[in-house]
Write a protein that binds this ligand. Structure first.
Ligand code: MN
Length: 407
């Protein structure tokens, strides 16, 4: 934060669904990171003085609404909000605009929490309302976004955060084992999803990190397929990409398994190719490497495998030099993304891999001609000299998967 600045980060209200229903509320990740408060309509204000290293932080809660309390139960008390967040100065909304006017008078900069990359510019946030109300007061201030600062902090996980991610991955692994016992020819994709979700909740998680992808047969060629109505056909494979949320931290795992518990010869060839790339890719995740360079290295590994699989020839690859590499015909997405409070956590692509980052490693092989899609995904913690596979406990060896499915 620059000297003489104010940060305003506001959480949203619940998002309306239809009639009197709302979508489940999820706290703004930046606000949660800084405060640990999960209530809707919370506002965090941080002020830094001009001439000294003086900081002030104030947390605003909505006013108690007796009708809302009757229907939805009491909201967090000011006392508990203070204890949970470590913020001593907790107030109610009524004084927010007045307080901000005062802080702005003695400041030169203001940082806002939104929009973040990927936000819907049309959605009306609480923050947008605050900005509108204070248009005149902020006119003379220099405006900044808080997201670049927050990205730099959130990219590096503290010990406690890694522990949360480990718990999320543990629950995700249990759900994977559960899916193996439900999988059989004729079962619907959503039945597999139901088993996975149930197991995640039984592990003590009260949310999923994202909507599970259970894609059988050709559906696996759709990267973010969430239809889940398809039937798992004998002789095909199912690509499953899912993750538990443990206390707001995400796990994110992909596995691909044969519906009837036995890979065909061709499926196994493709699976082993993807598995070899994953094993080599995990070793390439070392401090000092740029994400884009890592992805290019994984692409080169795939090219070798694609040629061995007969998807194209070495000559084809050579003839194609200077154009979009042929491996991109069979591998359409990035190899890695940051994982944390969000399953796709903020990441600064100009920064090199460094200890404390938690990143996915998820090579995929998608063959339209053969109607086969495979993705294998582990979650990695970058360490001083390499990376730890946080999902090492989740079966991935094809013989082990077949053995578990026959049990
Ligand atoms: Mn992922």
């Amino acid at each position: 934060m620059l000297p003489g600045s104010v940060v305003v980060i506001a959480s949203n209200r619940k998002m309306h669904r239809n009639g009197d229903q709302h979508f489940p509320f999820r706290q703004s990740s930046d606000l949660y990171y800084l405060s640990g408060i999960r209530e809707e309509m919370t506002v965090l204000v941080i002020w830094r003085g001009s001439y000294s290293d003086q900081y002030k932080e104030i947390l605003y809660l909505p006013e108690e609404d007796p009708v809302k309390t009757r229907w939805e139960g009491p909201q967090i008390s000011q006392e508990d909000a203070g204890a949970n967040s470590g913020i001593i100065d907790v107030r109610v909304h009524t004084t927010l605009l007045k307080d901000l006017r005062e802080l702005f008078e003695n400041s030169s900069h203001v940082y806002f929490g939104t929009p973040r990359p990927g936000d819907d510019p049309e959605s009306i946030s609480n923050e947008a309302e605050i900005r509108r109300s204070l248009e005149n007061e902020t006119a003379r201030l220099q405006e900044h976004l808080i997201s670049p600062l927050m990205t730099r902090i959130r990219m590096f996980k503290e010990y406690e955060e890694v522990e949360m991610i480990r718990r999320a991955i543990e629950a995700t692994g249990k759900a994977f084992i559960q899916s193996l016992s439900i999988m059989q020819p004729g079962v619907r994709e959503y039945e597999i999803a139901a088993g996975i979700i149930s197991e995640i909740y039984k592990s003590g998680c009260n949310d999923l990190a994202f909507e599970p992808i259970i894609a059988s047969g050709q559906n696996a060629l759709i990267l973010h397929y969430t239809g889940s109505r398809g039937i798992c056909e004998k002789g095909s494979m199912v690509l499953m990409d899912f993750g538990a949320d443990w206390e707001y931290y995400a796990g994110d795992i992909s596995r691909t398994i044969p519906v009837n518990g036995k890979f065909t010869k061709r499926q196994l060839e493709l699976y082993n190719a993807c598995h070899r790339v994953l094993n080599k890719a995990m070793k390439l995740m070392v401090p000092g490497k740029l994400m884009q360079d890592f992805h290019a290295e994984v692409g080169a590994l795939f090219e070798e495998e694609h040629i061995k699989l007969g998807l194209y020839s070495m000559q084809d690859a050579r003839d194609n030099r200077g154009k979009t590499p042929l491996w991109k015909e069979y591998y359409w997405h990035g190899t890695s993304h940051s994982i944390g409070l969000d399953v796709h956590d903020p990441f600064d692509h100009e920064m090199k891999f460094a200890p404390g980052m938690v990143l996915s490693c998820e090579p995929g092989l998608y063959c339209k001609e053969e109607g086969i899609g495979i993705r294998l995904e582990n979650d990695m913690l970058i360490t001083a000299n390499g990376a730890e596979n946080l999902s090492a406990g989740i079966p991935i060896d094809p013989a082990e998967i077949e053995e578990l499915m026959h049990r």
